[in-house]
Design a protein around this ligand. Structure first.
Ligand SMILES: [Zn+2]
Length: 321
């Protein structure tokens, strides 16, 4: 069935085919920010159904992504955003959300390629050691035989509940505290020691992802400020420096969220808006940076090529919203 999403995808594919012949040269000051979540050591781990697979990215996929970006002359930047804004060189920033233990799997690759990344972690889970609620829901539903599509829909429904009430809602729907216990290293959050280890490597910087992954548009101002402040205090105790970046849980923000975050002194805010950031147009702070998701089940080179288009139908649709 043809719907709007299919049409946009077809149009972007046509753009991709045209742009393939003129390589990546139509891009100049593109800042591509990539967002990753959980990382699998190999494809077979996906079938264990311990995690909501999200982007299906393995360590091998991640190596391929780095190689393709390098082949096409992307330069990697870190959270300081401190390189020349007018050099017309394509930039890329790597970010990982939530703080899965499995994110350590990419640390050696970052060292090998001498590239830095930002981990946006959730201190509540680091301290409690509990699995993330969406993974708990996923494996429980999977065990009952629900399809991935239905589970994703259910998870989206739970995300709309006020963050402080999600736990009670899950209890009423057959999930207990025991279900939050990790089954292995695959499905657990980082420990504080592991986070220290990652940060000490010098290849990882830390960013705010709220205290317990609250969707900010569902909180009132006091709740929002409390959550972000608690997380900042926690992260600063590790980094011994100010935290400058925040990734909005689920990519959600609105003008009220932005005005509260401005008061908290954060400089860079990352959404999941699929837009191309123009590096030379960034202010000293920018709380509406777009990020793009790469999928391990789709052609990785083609995705990067489409992301690199200065003008794509995905971008136009996003800007018009
Ligand atoms: Zn998240």
């Amino acid at each position: 069935m043809i719907n709007t999403k299919n049409i946009i995808s077809i149009l972007d594919n046509i753009l991709y085919r045209i742009s393939r012949n003129i390589t990546f040269n139509i891009i100049d000051n593109n800042l591509l920010v990539l967002s990753f979540h959980n990382i699998y050591s190999k494809k077979s781990e996906i079938d264990l159904d311990l995690l909501h697979p999200q982007q299906f990215i393995t360590v091998g996929d991640f190596r391929l992504i780095l190689n393709i970006l390098i082949q096409h002359n992307f330069v990697f930047i870190d959270e300081k955003f401190d390189c020349n804004r007018n050099d017309y060189v394509k930039k890329c920033l790597l970010t990982f959300d939530d703080g899965y233990r499995n994110n350590l799997l990419i640390l050696n690759l970052l060292k090998e390629f001498r590239i830095k990344a930002i981990f946006f972690v959730v201190p509540y889970n680091i301290e409690s050691g509990e699995c993330f609620w969406w993974d708990v829901v996923y494996r429980k539903c999977k065990f009952k035989g629900m399809s991935d599509a239905k589970i994703t829909k259910y998870i989206e429904h739970v995300k709309c509940i006020h963050p402080y009430k999600i736990r009670d809602y899950l209890y009423k729907n057959g999930i207990s505290d025991l279900d939050f216990l990790p089954k292995s290293d695959i499905d657990r959050p980082l420990t504080r020691n592991e986070l220290n280890f990652a940060y000490d490597s010098k290849y990882i910087n830390l960013g705010n992802h709220t205290w317990s992954h609250e969707i900010l548009t569902l909180l009132n101002s006091d709740e929002l400020i409390y959550s972000i402040n608690q997380s900042n205090i926690y992260l600063q105790s590790i980094t011994k420096k100010n935290i400058t970046c925040i990734a909005y849980p689920n990519g959600c923000y609105n003008e009220s969220v932005i005005s509260n975050i401005l008061k908290l002194g954060l400089l860079w805010g990352f959404s999941l808006d699929c837009i191309t950031n123009q590096y030379n147009k960034l202010d000293l702070r920018n709380l509406k940076l777009g990020r793009k998701l790469i999928w391990g089940i789709l052609n990785i080179e083609k995705q990067i090529q489409i992301f690199s288009l200065k003008y794509s139908f995905q971008n136009i649709i996003q800007i018009m919203r």
